[in-house]
Design a protein around this ligand. Structure first.
Ligand SMILES: NC(=O)c1ccc[n+]([C@@H]2O[C@H](COP(=O)([O-])OP(=O)(O)OC[C@H]3O[C@@H](n4cnc5c(N)ncnc54)[C@H](O)[C@@H]3O)[C@@H](O)[C@H]2O)c1
Length: 359
């Protein structure tokens, strides 16, 4: 069998302690491709030669590039993984679409502006490229079993989804995307939100608010409620809560199990065995990338497709826009920028500068 030729953009540098300044996600993508017989990593690109070389040595990658465009031009790639910071995702996705790759698997969050998100989705559609985003928790046992409980009727009709994701842009992209997973990829109709941004909080180079309160309504009438406390307390008590007419499911309970549920009228929670998996893994990215590749080979739409990912992204940028407008924002969201970044640039929000190591 001819193997799919995979190229990686943004190898990163593997560190002992990963943080908001470098997670080296490329290594997790590479582990996942290497586990597949159908794929071969033939090239990698990074601005920093030392990073590219270390990565190439680890995975026995033949060709390294400092200019990712040269890699796209020369390597006849089938699949590209983009593992750079969010502000680079848009130009890199557009370049990869122009280069004629078959599939792009890009890290989250999709992009740093809502206009960018839409340009990426359009470019992929016009070029016939499979464009997916690494919302890998959709493949995590705690989340998969929560969805199964919901579908099996354990809590009756879904009424409301709740989350405390910390911030809505960086970590929220996962947990709000999971609202779509639980709620059958329904689109949202509107969003009403307020944020607080008093202490600068840059995560992978992007502003993230300190506190948020976000209400949205999906087309099927299910509500989404996102709330965060001041750091040492959580108004939701878990990363995702599914509230049904006849009970509640909680995923990623603070200081508690990865998954539990309680049916109406019952006092006790039922803890569900997730086979040792927490809300972070292990194994999620391997499963996600295996599915991305299988969907490409079988011509099926992957659940990580940009058309699903932009449901949560519209809520995120819509929430920042609602805060800017002091009012409800009806969808479709008709802005081009990132309202949070714009409010900081214009001095409307003036967070105290971040000290070393971040807030
Ligand atoms: N899915 C998840 O759970 C998860 C977890 C952490 C981070 N992330 C996301 O992964 C993405 C990457 O973050 P990271 O911390 O792994 O990155 P990183 O900082 O570890 O690596 C990024 C690399 O990109 C390189 N780079 C920068 N500009 C480039 C260019 N023009 N051409 C080629 N290379 C270039 C840098 O030199 C660096 O080596 C971010 O979007 C982040 O939000 C996802």
């Amino acid at each position: 069998m001819t193997k799919l030729r995979v190229g990686i953009i943004g190898t990163g540098k593997k560190k002992e302690r990963r943080d908001r300044f470098g997670f080296a996600m490329a290594y997790e993508h590479a582990d996942a491709y290497q586990a597949l017989d159908s794929c071969e990593i033939v090239a990698c690109a990074d601005l920093v030669e030392e990073n590219a070389r270390a990565f190439a040595d680890t995975y026995e990658v033949e060709k390294i590039f400092l200019d990712y465009r040269a890699m796209l031009d020369e390597m006849r790639l089938d699949v590209v993984s983009i593992c750079t910071w969010p502000r680079l995702h848009e130009p890199m996705v557009l370049d990869a679409c122009r280069a004629g790759v078959r599939a792009i698997h890009c890290e989250k969050p999709i992009a740093d502006t809502w206009g960018g998100v839409q340009r990426m989705a359009r470019a992929a559609e016009q070029a016939g490229v499979q464009l997916t985003f690494n919302h890998q928790r959709r493949y995590g046992t705690p989340f998969v079993l929560a969805k199964r409980l919901l579908d099996d009727g354990a809590i009756g009709q879904l009424v409301r989804l709740e989350s405390d994701p910390g911030n809505i842009y960086d970590s929220g992209t996962h947990y709000i995307d999971l609202f779509s997973f639980f709620n059958g990829e329904q689109r949202a109709k509107w969003v009403l939100a307020q944020i607080d941004y008093r202490q600068e909080n840059l995560v992978f180079g992007a502003h993230c608010e300190n506190q948020n309160l976000v209400l949205t309504e999906y087309e099927n009438g299910v509500f989404g409620l996102i709330m965060s406390g001041t750091g040492d307390s959580s108004p939701v008590g878990c990363v995702d809560k599914l509230v049904g007419a006849d009970g509640v499911i909680e995923v990623g309970v603070t200081n508690g199990p990865a998954l539990r549920y309680r049916q109406a009228g019952e006092q006790a929670w039922v803890t569900v065995d997730t086979g040792g998996e927490s809300i972070h893994g292990p194994g999620f990215i391997n499963r996600a990338i295996a599915d991305v590749v299988t969907c490409l080979l079988e011509g099926r739409r992957c659940q990580l497709d940009v058309r699903n990912a932009l449901i949560a992204t519209e809520i995120i940028f819509g929430a920042y826009e609602s805060s800017r407008r002091h009012g409800r924002v009806d969808f479709p969201l008709e802005i081009d920028d990132n309202p949070l970044a714009a409010m900081v640039e214009q001095g409307i929000l003036a967070p105290a500068p971040m000290t070393t190591g971040g807030a």
